[in-house]
Design a protein around this ligand. Structure first.
Ligand code: GAL
Length: 681
């Protein structure tokens, strides 16, 4: 049997499978399995929402149907990613133990309903989840085709019940070493007379109490606690299944740059990173913007462990929850799926295998539609993708060699979005990170999207867009990275505050960052939506929007200058030589062209391999011991031709392309090319 996710890798191709919805249609199971084989699917995610099937009453377990499903999948060579069912609880549980229901920021307890909405602190919920997880793990522990645990589903949200309040207070006591003075200092509680004199006074940010932005220190600690508490819940789930199946790796499906949990903390507790990806292709903002925004999210998930990840969910056609649920245009399913692979995914999986008859997801795209047939456009797309994945299977497990990194920091996002100031409608932190990332994407440069908890030594270029909040330890890390020869790029609103939102004193950016960048950012002007400044860079003029920082160079050399307003003539972008490295600082936001020109300079002066590519076309690569694999992706509707300087082999049709060959890529097309890294023995 092929090995998946263990010593030797193969691509996974499959879907979330919910046979419990079809229990009254006994013919469906066999039919589904035949269709899976026809679709070249080799895996299903099973049991994500099966709790009420498996434990219909408290302590009463019924595995009869599941046994049948597992057996049939096994006999037909389909791998199983087995889920713990905590993402949606049975009614009996909420009825008998109301403490498992969440309390909102308004203090209101929820009624039974929805999913993904349990209290992470509730000892009862933890116990009931441990019990069901143990039962499932015990039952299927010897099943060789269970390759991965899918722990819960899309953890998220928060609960404000009394149990959570007490857990928050206990967590704070530990964090501040039982010293209220330390907490008061960190939260700057002298503000509006908010001094905390007893731990019991502390309450989570609340709609009817302390809003998020009055004491940002409280808000940031609460966010950190929510990540901690969710992770501790997840750890209990994992411990329960590992008790029986220590050999099976675990994952939980993340949600992209979802802003409410710090995945850079959670990553430490799972074996494999996976995520659910739902691009809005063909929307009015255009496919190219969507392509690099999604690429950013893929690179973020790969960056979490700097290793291949799994695409756990994607839609084979449309979703049912966008404002406008468009179909994927011909070619887009293949392109979008291979995009994930190009960025490090070892799977293409779907939500969902078969459309349900009822419930709110009945019109969500699926491999098998309500017509119940293994045919038609969507099915063919899925099948062809399965065939393609088999042809390019040698890439599975391949690493990404990324020498540039863009920092996207969840905690910084909480801090900057919460800060009252600058522009309060939308500070556009995530979009700014993506806009910098795009400059690498369009030049075909691999990028890791990381936070500063990672080792930085492998990167030649490190980009810190709007890194407003930086802990002192991270300032040190940036300083060392630059001193040792790295190139660092920062923007306006960098290094203003520490990790509890206390401003750095003595000028921004804080501490040693002033030396690294060789400047002081004295003030920042926020522009009205219709306001523009002009920036001169290399004798060309560019448009500045939203933010213009007023900067005093110390050792830095100005590269660009404002052309209007009272700060006309002041530096808008600067470069500083810091020990062995170089530090760039961009003081304004621009509408795109300035970043393009700026990165042209930086990248040309670096040793990063890059390409000149037509608009909407990109190249990403993965490596195994012997080959580098190039994925040439075209997100436009026009056919393009790219010259390849070296000889390559097209993996799909095994065609050898000689040196200097021209490679044609159809609209919404993708080619997968292999280049030997060293001769095979
Ligand atoms: C995901 C979720 C799935 C399904 C899907 C629909 O967020 O994990 O269960 O609801 O969305 O797009």
């Amino acid at each position: 049997m092929k090995q998946y996710l263990t010593s030797c890798h193969h691509f996974l191709h499959g879907a979330d499978y919910n046979p419990e919805q079809w229990i009254k249609y006994p013919a469906i199971l066999d039919e589904d399995i035949q269709f899976m084989k026809k679709a070249h699917c080799n895996v299903v995610s099973l049991g994500i929402f099966s709790w009420s099937l498996l434990e219909p009453e408290e302590g009463v377990y019924d595995f009869a149907f599941f046994d049948q499903v597992v057996e049939k999948l096994t006999n037909n060579g389909i791998q199983i990613i087995l889920a713990t069912p905590s993402g949606a609880r049975p009614r009996w549980l909420a009825e008998k133990y109301p403490e498992v229901l969440r309390v909102g920021t308004d203090g209101q307890k929820q009624q039974y309903g929805l999913r993904h909405n349990h209290c992470f602190t509730s000892p009862v919920y933890r116990e009931k989840v441990r019990n069901i997880n143990r039962r499932i793990a015990e039952r299927y522990q010897d099943q060789k085709n269970i390759i991965l645990w899918h722990i819960s589903n899309e953890y998220g949200g928060e609960c404000h019940c009394e149990l959570c309040q007490q857990a928050f207070r206990d967590w704070l006591r530990e964090k501040y070493h039982n010293d209220l003075c330390k907490l008061n200092d960190a939260w700057w509680t002298g503000f509006w007379s908010h001094t905390v004199t007893d731990w019991q006074q502390i309450h989570s940010p609340a709609a009817t109490g302390e809003p998020d932005d009055v004491l940002p220190g409280l808000f940031l600690d609460w966010k950190e606690f929510v990540t901690y508490q969710t992770t501790s819940f997840m750890q209990e789930e994992i411990a329960a299944v590992k008790e029986f199946t220590p050999q099976i790796p675990v994952t939980t499906n993340f949600m992209g740059p979802y802003q409410h949990l710090d995945y850079n903390y959670m990553r430490n507790y799972v074996d494999v990173i996976s995520w659910d990806c739902y691009p809005t292709w063909h929307s009015e903002r255009g496919d190219v913007i969507e392509a690099y925004s999604i690429a950013f999210a893929h690179d973020l998930h790969r960056g979490l462990k700097q290793k291949p990840f799994l695409l756990m969910e994607s839609t084979p056609s449309n979703t049912n929850w966008f404002d406008i649920c468009k179909l994927k245009r011909p070619g887009m399913h293949r392109l979008s799926s291979i995009q994930a692979v190009a960025h490090g995914s070892d799977s293409v999986q779907y939500f969902q295998w078969r459309k349900g008859r009822g419930g709110m997801e009945k019109f969500h795209g699926a491999v098998i539609d309500h017509n119940g047939k293994a045919e038609g456009r969507v099915f063919e797309d899925v099948k062809n993708l399965g065939i393609l994945l088999e042809r390019i299977d040698e890439i599975a497990g391949g690493r990404t060699n990324a020498q540039a990194a863009v920092v996207y920091d969840y905690r910084n996002r909480w801090a900057i979005e919460d800060a009252a100031g600058f522009q309060n409608v939308d500070k556009k932190y995530k979009r700014t990170c993506i806009n910098h990332y795009k400059e690498f994407w369009k030049r075909g440069i691999n990028v890791d999207v990381i936070d500063l908890s990672h080792d930085l030594s492998q990167y030649k270029i490190l980009v810190l867009p709007m890194l407003y909040s930086i802990a002192e330890k991270d300032i040190k890390k940036i300083e060392e990275y630059t001193a040792n020869g790295g190139t660092v790029i920062a923007t306006y609103i960098t290094g203003y505050v520490n990790e509890t939102d206390l401003c750095y004193l003595g000028g921004f950016p804080g501490g040693k960052l002033k030396d690294v960048f060789g400047l002081v950012a004295d003030e920042i002007d926020s522009l009205n939506p219709g306001d523009r400044n002009t920036v001169r860079f290399h004798d060309s003029q560019y448009e500045a929007v939203d933010y213009c920082e007023l900067i005093t160079p110390v050792t830095a050399e100005p590269l660009a200058f404002y052309c209007s307003d009272f700060y006309r003539g002041k530096a808008a972008a600067l470069r500083n030589q810091y020990k062995q490295g170089t530090a760039y600082y961009i003081g304004c936001r621009d509408s795109g062209e300035l970043l393009h020109a700026f990165y042209d300079d930086v990248i040309k002066n670096s040793s990063l391999r890059h390409y000149e590519l037509p608009y909407g076309v990109t190249i990403h690569s993965r490596e195994t011991e012997e080959y580098e694999y190039l994925f040439v992706e075209n997100y436009t509707t026009q056919r393009v031709e790219i010259g390849m300087s070296e000889a390559v082999r097209d993996l799909e049709n095994d065609e050898l392309l000689p040196e200097n060959a021209t490679v044609a890529i159809d609209g919404y097309g993708v080619r997968v090319l292999a280049r030997p890294l060293r001769k095979k023995a």
